[in-house]
Design a protein around this ligand. Structure first.
Ligand SMILES: [Mg+2]
Length: 253
């Protein structure tokens, strides 16, 4: 399939990497590393900032007000228990996200975490970039987590392939307005106008593609091993490997 586009917007899970990596590897890594991380980082400014956010998220005005007056190790146990509860109920709070980010950074830096990209991804992205296309990421994972992910993949550091990263700060992935906001942002940086149809969005979720299409983008449905099968009829071109996608710049540009 040939798409004439000037840029590609990529989802991560289920599109360039296995859909369960975050839940099967990244979240369990936090749970395993949590106690030791709290012990080792307890006195650091980095953790102090996280504790202040966790305390605020839990409705306290300070860390002192939040933590029990007891030994350091009991306070660490209290924090660890609280964090495990937040994660068990899949909370998306700022303090929790920041703590997870610090622990993931350790894991990616020490090599215990490595982001698994499908083997066709880096060759395709490299070829597209060499053609002059810009490559951007839009994922529900935070921009900081996206950068850790692409900085430490099974194929090495891939950040140089990517231009912009977007997370749900621009809005939800099933909302048309989010794709309009991304286009506006891309146009702010570009000296040549980028039309909606100049952008191809690749994702494994038909509702996300429908929202992108609603904003005028082109859209392709990633069908990767382990993805939830798409039952409903959909109008999107199906992509089981990026090898089958031929991208070229619009003839006008
Ligand atoms: Mg996805």
């Amino acid at each position: 399939m040939n798409f004439q586009v000037r840029a590609v917007l990529l989802d991560i899970e289920g599109t360039v990497a296995p859909v369960d990596f975050v839940h099967k590897k990244m979240f369990p890594y936090v749970l395993n590393a949590l106690d030791l991380f709290l012990q080792e980082a307890w006195e650091t400014d980095e953790l102090g900032e996280v504790l202040a956010l966790l305390a605020a998220d839990a409705g306290n005005s300070s860390v002192v007000e939040w933590l029990p007056t007891s030994s350091e190790s009991q306070q660490q146990t209290f924090v660890a228990h609280h964090v495990r509860e937040l994660m068990a109920t899949d909370q998306k709070l700022t303090g929790l996200k920041q703590l997870q980010g610090h622990i993931w950074k350790d894991g990616f830096d020490n090599g215990q975490l490595q982001a698994p990209l499908y083997p066709d991804v880096v060759p395709a992205l490299t070829a597209w970039k060499n053609l002059g296309l810009e490559l951007h990421i839009y994922s529900s994972g935070s921009v900081a987590a996206q950068k850790l992910f692409f900085g430490h993949t099974t194929e090495g550091d891939c950040l140089h392939l990517l231009s912009n990263h977007y997370d749900t700060k621009v809005g939800g992935k099933k909302e048309v307005a989010s794709y309009q906001a991304i286009l506006t942002d891309l146009n702010r940086q570009s000296n040549q106008p980028i039309r909606p149809e100049d952008l191809l969005f690749l994702s494994d979720i038909p509702e996300e593609l429908a929202a992108a299409q609603g904003a005028g983008l082109q859209a392709g449905l990633a069908l990767r091993p382990g993805n939830t099968p798409v039952e409903q009829d959909h109008p999107f071109y199906e992509v089981s490997t990026f090898d089958t996608l031929t991208l070229s710049l619009p003839s006008s540009s």
